[in-house]
Design a binder for this molecule. Structure first.
Ligand code: ZN
Length: 334
């Protein structure tokens, strides 16, 4: 939500290692070459008995207040919980509300049951982990169920058996190809992107194709979409237990929302990764650089308070324009 107001001055922040004060757009580069940081890392590696592990370098900034930002490093083995805790610590003072991440089209929420697992707990405790074969079998059963559940409806609306459409049959065969759960999730997410793209182009590009064929194509895409979403619902863990290494990679942009009522939005981006030592196991997220944030916390809490009053006075329709003018991070719910 960009307003046409005068551009904000570039905010400055401080490198945790050498205490240098730098503009926001210079910090990434500085952290790469900061002598103090490199010396600290070298000493750590020399003295520590620990083995190296994969670490993500992440930049976080306020979505509506990008002048508030911070750089940090976190082990890929940590879960979204660690990130949630860290962002709450750094950004927000009250901690009683729901929060969540949106990564690659999936919403991970503190509200989602933590014990989610594609396979039930009893099955897991009996035998620690399912063998690859058992996992594949269970996965195949779920896929068969979902596909057949929707095949009938598809057939009745098209007037032909689902699998007699060669393209669909091929697609179903591809979904059923033996894979691990993680591989299936990756495949389904790629399919989600492909389907969206094709849906847009069906009516645009193929001008010489008969209307009936287009209808059928649209319908097929619709059913593929339903199956993809249904399967993702069945097999994807959307809790905060998910490990960062599973859902993040260099270049990945994602977002964080705190308190779905008067929300705070934070944008995040993985700007790099390296193999290194975790400095403190109890505090695995390591701050690298930050700009001043206390005034933001105070402002955020004040905005949240004002919003509650406006709601009580039934003035919610005016909150949007006020929010823009004041560049609040708290937004009303429609
Ligand atoms: Zn530095």
């Amino acid at each position: 939500m960009e307003t046409q107001s005068t551009p904000r001055p570039i905010s400055k922040g401080t490198c945790v290692f050498c205490k240098a004060e730098l503009a926001k757009n210079k910090m990434t580069q500085h952290l790469k070459f900061c002598k103090q940081r490199l010396a600290t890392l070298a000493t750590q590696e020399k003295q520590s008995q620990e083995t190296k592990t994969r670490l993500f370098h992440i930049l976080a900034e306020g979505q509506y207040n990008p002048q508030y930002w911070l750089h940090f490093e976190v082990p890929a083995s940590e879960s979204l919980w660690s990130l949630d805790r860290f962002l709450k610590d750094m950004w927000i003072d009250d901690l009683d509300h729901l929060s969540g991440f949106t990564i690659n089209g999936t919403n991970y929420s503190t509200d989602y049951p933590d014990d989610f697992f594609f396979f039930s707990e009893e099955e897991k405790t009996e035998e620690e982990d399912l063998s690859e074969e058992e996992e594949e079998k269970a996965l195949r059963e779920v896929i068969d169920e979902v596909v057949s559940q929707f095949a009938e409806r598809f057939a009745s609306s098209l007037g032909i058996p689902f699998n007699s459409d060669p393209q669909t049959a091929e697609w179903v065969a591809e979904i059923k190809r033996p894979r691990s759960v993680d591989e299936l999730i990756d495949f389904l997410k790629a399919e989600r992107v492909r389907i969206k793209k094709e849906e847009r182009s069906v009516w645009k590009d193929e001008q010489d194709i008969p209307v009936e064929t287009r209808h059928r194509r649209t319908l097929t895409l619709q059913y593929q979409k339903i199956i993809v979403e249904q399967l993702l619902d069945e097999v994807e863990d959307c809790s905060m237990e998910v490990s960062l290494g599973r859902v993040l990679k260099v270049g990945q942009k994602f977002s964080y929302i705190y308190d779905y009522g008067s929300s705070t939005y934070i944008n995040l981006r993985v700007i790099g990764e390296r193999e290194g030592i975790i400095q403190e196991k109890k505090e695995p997220v390591q701050l690298l650089a930050q700009n001043e944030r206390e005034s933001y916390k105070r402002r955020r809490n004040l905005c949240s308070f004002l919003l509650k009053i406006l709601r009580l006075l039934f003035l919610v329709p005016y909150v949007g324009s006020l929010q823009q003018k004041l560049q609040w991070d708290t937004l009303p719910i429609a």
